[in-house]
Design a protein around this ligand. Sequence first.
Ligand code: HEM
Length: 178
Amino acid sequence: MKGIIFTEFLAMIENEVGLIELEAGIEEANLPNGGAYTAVGTYDHHELFSLIMVFSKRLNMPPNELVRRFGKAAFGRFAELYGNFFSHANNAFDMLISIESYIHPEVRKLYPDAQVPHFKSTLIDHNTLELIYESPRAMHDLADGLIEGCFEHYKESFTMKKELLTEQGNQVKYIITK
Ligand code: HEM
């Protein structure tokens, strides 16, 4: 997993709990590199899961809720950091449809070792989008938050139904209505 995900996650946590608590949590997570990440480095995604478990306990917040919140914040940060990836899409549906065909391929041009999920999108009607998430890393809670952040970014309202297509959560169906 690319270091940018780690650095953004830790920045969000530091914002919430401050530097001292952040460092105590990193120590508790007992990570191989002592929790030092660079945005362009690549790390085992299980290290992120360890950090999520530690800070979920410390913040007294269920892990899926913490990850969803992170996804929402991360979308806003991506919009700041990778502004040129955003010029093609004028609304949330355009953005969501283009993750697979444009956004994540651009991410992989920038970071050839990035491991991104797959999204199959089908416009059911003008107001309804079906999105199928697929990833062996089963990070659909992150996808929930990113989708939320996407609608917030475009100042649009939406409702979403989510269905796990497999028990492990590596295939998830979203029905999104605007
Ligand atoms: C609503 C839009 C988006 C959704 C739902 C989405 C979803 C995800 C998810 C769930 C992951 C975690 C990996 C996995 O599940 O296998 C991921 C990874 C990633 N995404 Fe996206 N994404 C979106 C938009 C973006 C944008 C706009 C950018 C940046 C311009 C971006 C950059 C990345 C990067 C850098 C990774 C990490 C790759 C790695 O760790 O190797 N994504 N995305």
